[in-house]
Structure formats: structure tokens, C-alpha cells
Design a protein around this ligand. Structure first.
Ligand code: GDP
Ligand code: IMO
Ligand code: MG
Length: 430
């Protein structure tokens, strides 16, 4: 199983997984998305051209790579159709794409419910992407979901749609006082969108299993990040899937050991979109300055990202949970000129030092990070590929992080472009 690797986000998403995956996909034969859906936004920049992937695996930029949207994902079929049209318009060859017939469909009532629930919660909302992710995974767990395969059995699809729509409309109208969704337009829209994706629909688990049996090089592409994981993140301020490496087996349809070497991606600082705990968040001017330096606006919703210091307690949790063997540190260039840098090395709660994460909301409110301060650096690091060219304090920062986490930082990213990478050690092990 040495020819597989998994790329996971170690923070709250947007760590730069897309860029890293793209940097590695040239070596891969198969890339698989195993959870999440249109809530993801993975950005790749190639010679100034920007590609943003929501459903499609990032490996699609390499012709010949089989790119599977796995059974553990949720697919908004009309939105996927738009995404495919955009990629085609950018000249991307989609012939390697495969969509699992077992993936669940996000339907307009999921988006309507997501939106209505967020609105009803007001300031206590999760701050979801409103892409219908939570309601769709809820239907999957409730065994009322509609899967991609169902789209190709028109009578069954119509029956499932009718039944679900009746239930969701009752909730939308009577509980949330919104307008009901109409059956016929929805049916037509999905029939048309189903035709558009039909050439790509397949049994992706069987395809990936076959690739593994042939000892092919397979990359599993995580979406979101550990802190948004349904079980191990900052619940309830999480997404509704297993965003850790543990999601690979169920979400791709492979044995647990197929995940292979886990590469954990972290920014050199921390960001989060949406609500929920964020102990090292920088408020006011310092946070805004970091946001401006890092251009921290969401790739899916365009929302400003909350920004803060690197948090080694949080990262330690993520590394242990995912079995991360090698760290990828992104956006080191962003910290240039920011000044002295703080890194949280522990938390304090009620006068006691702790190095684990609380499970309860009060626990998060009551803790304060314990920081160590490191010197910053000046100068433009963008595009640096040679570690020797980094300012000594930037090198020390990377070393500090890898030593405290106890894993090597094998890749350091120094800019959004595909080539802006410093390789410091063995990456995939392929
Ligand atoms: P993902 O969801 O983990 O794939 O990350 P996103 O694409 O949502 O957000 C990461 C953002 O940072 C994107 O705009 C990337 O182009 C950009 N990015 C990635 N790596 C670097 C880096 O090393 N330096 C800089 N300056 N930008 C980066
Ligand atoms: P990538 O793959 C950052 C966040 C939302 C919200 C919470 C729940 O690009 O890293 P959801 O719509 O999933 O129900 O929202 O999760 N969120 C993300 N934040 N990057 C993502 O994906 C995210 N996907 C969801 O902002 O706080
Ligand atoms: Mg993103």
C-alpha cells in the first residue's frame, strides 16, 4: 500500500489542499474525492490561470489521471454541470472524470433548508456555505436520500422526489414560513442535469479498488479540514462529513489501510470561515492585516476568513487523529513583514495548562492560549523554491513547527502558483 497517499486539511479548511494536491497529481494515476461536496473550494493557479474546484478532483488538470467523485461525497448535479462547463471553457479535458453512482444528490430542498435553518438561528448560526450539505447528509443518514443512480431510473426518481418534496415543503412552509418548491420544474431540471453527467457516472469504488489491485498510484483528496470533521471538529460548528483521513475508506469504497501515507496540510497561521471556536483568532486591525496579506476570502462563498496565529494544540490533535506522517506548510510567504509571530503551544483553563481540546462550548470559551513568540522576517518569499533562500528566521519558524509537532515539514508552499514549493523531504513516497 505504499503507492497511495491522502491529503487532508489539518485546520478549518482552505489550507491550500488544492494547490498541494495539484503539485502532486502529476505523479498520480488516480485522484479520489471521498467526502464533502460543493461546500469545498480548491484553488489551483497555473501560469496565472485560476481554477477553482468544488466537486471535481483537482487532478483533472493532468490528462490521463482518473478522477473520481466518490460515494462519500454529496453532488449538487446542476451545480456540477456548471462546474464542468466552466472547466471545459478553460480547456480542461474531462475524459478522466468518474462520478459515483452511490454518491448522494444535493437537491434544491436541501439548499432551501440549509438557508432557512441558518436564518432561523440568527447570530447562533453555524455560518454554513448554504450549499445544502448538512440537510443532504442528514437525508443520507435517515435513508431518505436520492443517489446518483436513482437519477437514471426516471419513475423511481420521480417517486422519491415527490415523497421528499412533500415532506420538505411541509417543513419549509409551516416551520420556516418560506415558499414551497415546485415539483415539475425540479424534475425537469434534474432530468436535464442527469443527462449532462451521464457519461461520467460509474462504480467508482470498483474502479479505485481495481487501481489499487494493479498497484497504481492513488491520491485521496480531502475536503474541509479536521476541525470541521463531524466527530472530531468543533461540533456543532462543523460540516456533516468525515473530513479526517478516516473518511477515506467509507467515502471512496476501499479498505482502511488504502489511505496510505497521510500528508497533513496547514497554513503557517490559522483561518476559519463561519462561526465557532477559534482560540488564537486575531481581532481588529491585526486580524484584518493578516487577512489582507493572505487575501483571505472564501473560494466558495467569497466571505472574509477569520485569521489568527498558528495553534499547535489544535494541530497536534489533527496530526494524531489523521495519522499525519508528513506536514505541508502553506502560505509561509504571507507572514513576511507581519512582525513577531506568536504560536500557541498550550491552552490554560481555570489556572491549569491543558494540551487537549474541550468537547463542550463552555470549555472553548474558558480557555486562553499560551503563546511562544518567534521573530518574524521581511522580504518577498513568493515563488521561492530553494530553502537556502529563505530568511533564517523563516527557516527557524518552519523548524519550530515541525519539531513541536514531531513530524517533518516535507513541503513548504511559498505562493499560489503550482510551482511555488520548497521540497524538504520525501512527500508521497511513490
Ligand atoms: P483549499 O480549500 O485547502 O484547497 O484552499 P483554498 O483554495 O480554498 O484556499 C487557499 C488559498 O490560498 C487559495 O487562494 C490559493 O491560491 C492560495 N494559496 C495556496 N498556497 C499558497 C501559498 O503558499 N501562498 C499564498 N500566498 N497563497 C497560497
Ligand atoms: P475546503 O475544502 C472552509 C465551513 C463553513 C461552515 C461549516 C459548515 O475548501 O477547505 P457546510 O456548508 O459544510 O455545512 O458549512 O464548514 N466549511 C468550510 N470552510 N473550507 C471548506 O472547504 C469548507 N467547507 C465547509 O464555512 O463554517
Ligand atoms: Mg477552500
Amino acid at each position: 500500500m505504499s503507492r497511495t497517499a491522502t491529503i487532508v486539511g489539518l485546520q478549518w479548511g482552505d489550507e491550500g489542499k488544492g494547490k498541494i494536491l495539484d503539485g502532486l497529481a502529476g505523479e498520480a494515476e488516480v485522484v479520489v474525492r471521498y467526502q464533502g461536496g460543493g461546500n469545498a473550494g480548491h484553488t489551483v493557479i497555473v501560469d496565472g490561470t485560476k481554477y477553482v474546484f468544488h466537486h471535481v478532483p483537482t487532478g483533472i488538470l493532468y490528462p490521463g489521471v482518473l478522477c473520481a467523485i466518490g460515494n462519500g461525497t454529496v453532488v449538487d448535479v446542476p451545480a456540477l454541470e456548471v462546474e464542468l462547463d466552466e472547466l471545459r471553457g478553460q480547456g480542461v479535458d474531462l475524459s478522466g472524470l468518474r462520478i459515483s453512482s452511490r454518491a448522494h444528490c444535493v437537491l434544491p430542498y436541501h439548499r432551501a433548508l440549509d438557508e432557512a435553518r441558518e436564518q432561523a438561528r440568527g447570530s447562533a448560526g453555524i455560518g454554513t456555505t448554504k450549499r445544502g450539505i448538512g440537510p443532504c447528509y442528514a437525508d443520507k443518514a435517515s435513508r431518505t436520500g436520492i443517489r446518483v443512480a436513482d437519477l437514471f431510473d426516471p419513475p423511481r426518481f420521480a417517486e422519491l422526489l415527490r415523497r421528499n418534496l412533500d415532506e420538505k415543503n411541509a417543513i419549509l412552509v409551516h416551520l420556516y414560513r418560506t415558499k414551497p418548491l415546485e415539483f415539475e420544474p425540479l424534475l425537469d431540471e434534474y432530468r436535464r442535469a442527469a443527462d449532462a453527467i451521464a457519461p461520467y457516472v460509474d462504480d467508482t469504488a470498483a474502479l479505485v479498488q481495481a487501481a489499487l489491485a494493479q498497484d497504481k498510484r492513488v491520491l485521496f483528496e480531502g475536503a474541509q479540514g479536521v476541525m470541521l470533521d463531524l466527530d472530531h471538529g468543533t461540533y456543532p460548528f462543523v460540516t456533516s462529513s468525515s473530513a479526517s483521513s478516516a473518511g477515506v475508506a467509507a467515502g471512496a469504497g476501499v479498505a482502511p489501510d488504502a489511505a496510505g501515507r497521510v500528508l497533513g496540510v496547514s497554513k503557517a497561521y490559522t483561518t476559519r470561515v463561519g462561526s465557532g471556536p477559534f482560540p488564537t483568532e486575531l481581532h481588529g486591525e491585526p486580524g484584518e492585516r493578516l487577512r489582507a496579506l493572505g487575501r483571505e476570502y472564501g473560494a466558495t462563498t467569497g466571505r472574509p476568513r477569520r485569521c489568527g496565529w498558528l495553534d499547535l494544540v489544535q494541530l497536534g490533535h489533527a496530526v494524531r487523529l489523521t495519522g499525519t506522517r508528513a506536514l505541508v506548510l502553506t502560505k509561509l510567504d504571507t507572514l513576511s513583514g507581519y512582525g513577531p509571530l506568536k504560536v500557541a503551544v498550550a491552552y490554560e483553563r481555570g489556572g491549569r495548562r491543558i494540551d487537549t481540546l474541550p468537547a463542550d462550548a463552555r470549555g472553548w470559551e474558558e480557555l486562553t492560549p499560551v503563546y511562544e513568540e518567534l521573530p518574524g522576517w521581511e522580504g518577498d518569499l513568493v515563488g521561492t523554491t530553494d530553502e537556502a533562500k529563505l530568511p533564517p528566521t523563516a527557516r527557524d519558524y518552519v523548524r519550530f513547527v515541525e519539531e513541536r509537532l514531531g513530524i517533518p515539514a516535507v513541503l513548504v508552499s511559498t505562493g499560489p502558483d503550482r510551482r511555488a514549493l520548497i521540497q524538504r523531504g520525501e512527500v508521497t513516497g511513490f
